[in-house]
Design a protein around this ligand. Structure first.
Ligand code: RB5
Length: 149
């Protein structure tokens, strides 16, 4: 499996650790920036990661900014993306199980490096449950189809 990872300057310090951790779990990683601590705009990075996942170039994505919120708002504008901000492992696990989330977002100003890796583990180690949850995910897609060009 291939994971797209991105951050802005406010999530930059966590990104390298996240990438090393994911590679250590045996995943291939696509690092989509940012590559310095210079200030940048989170929607630019979110769009790159979201498009890589939406086009099927990567299976899942991880986005880090200050809060995780801006990244999720931007990523969710790309068709087919279900990006979830999580700062607890229960949510990170259930957003895979029930929502089939395909991008995990979190904030470097919210979670520490230890919890960040636990969020990543909870997200990557969990598969979508399907069944009644598939009906609900299909309803999300219907909203998307009706409201996005
Ligand atoms: C950058 O200062 C900050 O606004 C950004 O990283 C993010 O938290 C936005 O949601």
């Amino acid at each position: 499996m291939k994971i797209a990872v991105g951050s802005d300057h406010a999530g930059f310090s966590l990104k390298d650790g996240v990438i090393k951790h994911i590679e250590g779990k045996g995943y291939e990683v696509l690092d989509m920036g940012t590559y310095t601590t210079d200030s940048c705009h989170y929607p630019d990075i979110a769009e790159k990661v979201a498009k890589a996942v939406s086009k099927g170039e990567c299976d899942l994505g991880i986005l880090v900014c200050g809060t995780g919120i801006g990244m999720s708002l931007a990523a969710n504008k790309v068709r087919g993306i279900r990006a979830a901000v999580c700062s607890d492992t229960f949510s990170a696990r259930y957003t895979r199980l029930h929502n089939d989330a395909n991008i995990l977002c979190f904030g470097e100003r919210v979670v520490g490096p230890g919890l960040a890796l636990e969020l990543v583990d909870a997200f990557l180690d969990t598969d979508f449950e399907g069944g009644r949850h598939q009906i609900r995910v299909d309803l999300i897609k219907k909203i998307e189809d009706e409201n996005f060009k």
